[in-house]
Each structure stands twice: as structure tokens, then as C-alpha cells.
Design a protein around this ligand. Sequence first.
Ligand SMILES: O=P(O)(O)OC[C@H]1O[C@@H](O)[C@H](O)[C@@H](O)[C@@H]1O
Length: 226
Amino acid sequence: MPEAPFAVLFDMDGVLVDNTAFHINAWLHFAQEKGFPLTRDQYIEHINGRVSADAMAYVLQRTIDPGELIVLTEEKEAMYRELYRPHLQPAPGLITLLEALKSQHIRLAVGTSAPMSNVHFTIDGLNLRAYFDTIVDASMVKHGKPDPEIYLKAAERVGVSPDHCIVFEDAMAGIQAGLRAGMTVVAVATTLTHEELADSGAALIVDDFTGLTVETLRNLVYKTNH
Ligand SMILES: O=P(O)(O)OC[C@H]1O[C@@H](O)[C@H](O)[C@@H](O)[C@@H]1O
């Protein structure tokens, strides 16, 4: 009997690109300018991997209406893009893995809490769009990570059941989103260390995509869920 297909769902920031340090600098600078100083630990705990609506409400300590949210988000993201633009590059091993997955017709998606402007900056800036069957960004969900909505929507769009999906994530909120969606999670130790990720529930912890094969991922889905 042929094996059922599986899908690979990629978080964007901290996974497709190793850019967390640049987001942190932008957030700390933005928060300072607004009069609400922020620490790196607060960023990791409350902002990393979360949609801007949740992050902004945390930083500015109030609810923010949708119009203001767009302006504030673009202000912060413009700072980030300015900082990261000269360094923009795919994570080690990413292109090799995407090519291998594509050659075996594995369905691929992105599930990111980032706004569309950053998706364009990163995905089109690196010419990655053609690899993915779908991209789900912050504007397409009601509830941000750690809610599973973003990954469930990505799975639905690629037509693969959640228990046949692998999620690559670096943030705790994102790992939780993947697990709550009933998916197998691979943690990428860009933002957090192997030690910090040890009890996250991830089936595997990697530094980046170097050396990962389609077979490794297929076995992981089947070992975890069957
Ligand atoms: O879901 P992703 O791709 O990790 O995106 C989340 C990131 O999105 C960015 O827009 C935020 O500024 C970051 O703080 C956040 O971590």
C-alpha cells in the first residue's frame, strides 16, 4: 500500500532565515522610542513568534485599534527590515532540503505570524515563493500562535491531515501552535538553545537544515503518529 503523503510547514522568522537578533534589536528600539522599555527576556517570552496585534498590545500595555495597529506594525517592521536587509540569506541547508522535498512532490507551506510586508521582504527577497504551495500570514488568521489556527489553515490549504504534517519552529509559541494542531514539531535552535528546547515537546531539535533528508522527515511523521 503506498504511504500517505505528508506535508512540511515552515515558520518563517527564525527558521527560513536566522534573523531573531534583528527582530530583537528592532523591538527594543521601537519600545524604547514609545516609552515602554523592553528586555530581551520579555521579547523571548511574550513577543517571539507572536502576531503583531498581540505583541503590540503587550509592549504598549493597552488594546490597539486595527487602523493604529497597521501603522505601528509597519513602523516597527520598517526598522527591522532596514537592519536585516544587508544580511538577508536563507538558513543553512534550506535550499537543498526544499529542492529534495519538491523533487518528491511533498506539499510545502509557510505559516508565519509576520505581516504580509515581511513575507514579501523575506520570501520574495530570497526567491523562495515558488517552493511553497501556500503561505499563511498574520492577516489570514483570527488567533495568533500559540493558537493552532495558522498551522491548521496551512494543512487544510495543502490538503494534508494535521497528523501527517511536520512543523519547523524556533519559538515556544509556534511550537505550541504546532503541537496543539496535532502535528510533529521539529524545533530549530536559532532563538532558544537545545537545552531550553529540551522539554518543548519537539520530536527533534536541529541547529538548521544541514544534512536533513526527506527520509528523516518521513520517518519522523510515521514514528511520532503511527
Ligand atoms: O511566525 P514567525 O515567522 O516566527 O514570525 C514572528 C515574528 O514576526 C515578526 O513580525 C515580529 O516582529 C517578530 O517579533 C515575531 O517573532
